[in-house]
Design a protein around this ligand. Structure first.
Ligand code: PMV
Length: 313
């Protein structure tokens, strides 16, 4: 018997970093997925196979004993084994088309899909239950997570976090994602922003207020089918991200190049590398690869409406 679950990647359209400090954020699940397959074994081990490598540890091992990228899987396997006396081993296999470490929510999608797959060996779980456990799993690698990424990977669509209600965007967003090919570390970027907040308390609080106001304006722009304002707000949000120092020269360069042919662009995710998103005008989409150069990857993102999916065979 196999329990198979998949979850989508995500982009943060507005509000990354500020969401860790309690503001709202707008996120969307996109059409790239990770699939996690779990089977019972008799080996008294937890075995994890992924593109990052394979580990096999005794089923009594704690998640703290393994490399950080494998921690969520061992944590989830431990929880499942501890609550089910008859389980003597698990094999967990991860297949992903989500680039790792570039702000597209690879680790959150893995946590959501792994929760649904591992716990799904016994029964189908509600989205609410999957989300709760997947956030605990993500905290084994990133204790300060806002939970926004796991939420959108679980429910799919576009949401104004913390609400899980899907925004029905009335216009066709032609969103382009460009990868700077610089790996980032979310935990380090979030710690850097914490330091900025400590040293600039009043300004940081103003920026949180500005971000909340900006998100309200984006929601109104979407209701009014106003792509121009939507794009302008992306660029305004980028100014706030630059001020809290999560941008860099490579990202500035990519953003100013794309601003020539788009309605707006910004970092998506933690920054310090990773990806940017741009609202590119339809007639200009084909120009993007030549403008950014061969050393960058870019692709159009479609919004995923399904969220986490699970089956047992
Ligand atoms: O770069 P990512 O995909 O790990 O996104 C991080 C988003 C932050 O707002 C910086 C952190 C969070 O937990 O929301």
């Amino acid at each position: 018997m196999k329990s198979i679950a998949s979850a989508p990647a995500k982009i943060i359209l507005f509000g990354e970093h500020f969401v860790v400090h309690g503001t709202k954020a707008i996120l969307a699940a996109i059409d790239k997925r990770v699939t996690v397959t779990t089977t019972f074994t008799d080996n008294k081990t937890i075995k994890v196979n992924s593109q990052l490598g394979t580990i096999e540890v005794p089923f009594t091992a704690s998640h703290e004993e393994v490399e950080s990228e494998f921690r969520p899987f061992v944590f989830l396997a431990n929880r499942m084994i501890n609550s089910n006396q008859n389980v003597s081993g698990l094999e967990i296999t991860i297949n992903s088309d989500i680039p790792v470490g570039v702000g597209l929510g690879s680790s959150s999608a893995c946590c959501v899909a792994a929760t649904a797959s591992i716990f799904g060996l016994f029964k189908e779980w509600s989205s609410e239950e999957i989300l709760k456990i997947s956030i605990e799993a993500e905290k084994t690698i990133f204790p300060d997570t806002s939970g926004a990424d796991c939420t959108v990977c679980t429910y799919g669509g576009m949401i104004e976090y913390p609400s899980i209600e899907k925004i029905s965007n009335t216009f066709d967003l032609n969103l382009l994602i460009a990868n700077s090919m610089i790996l980032h570390n979310t935990k380090n970027s979030v710690e850097k922003v914490n330091k900025f907040k400590e040293n600039n308390e009043e300004r940081f609080s103003q920026l949180c207020d500005l971000e909340s106001k900006l998100i309200d304006e984006v929601i109104t722009a979407m209701k009014n089918n106003d792509t121009t304002t939507f794009g302008l707000k992306m660029s305004e949000n980028q100014k706030y991200l630059k001020e809290i120092q999560v941008s860099n020269d490579t990202l500035h360069g990519m953003i100013s190049t794309l601003n020539k042919i788009s309605l707006g662009s910004k970092i998506t995710g933690a920054g310090d590398g990773g990806c940017i998103i741009a609202l590119v005008k339809n007639e200009n989409v084909n120009e993007v690869p030549a403008l950014l150069g061969k050393d960058k990857e870019c692709f159009s993102a479609k919004i995923d409406t399904k969220g986490v999916m699970w089956s047992k065979i």
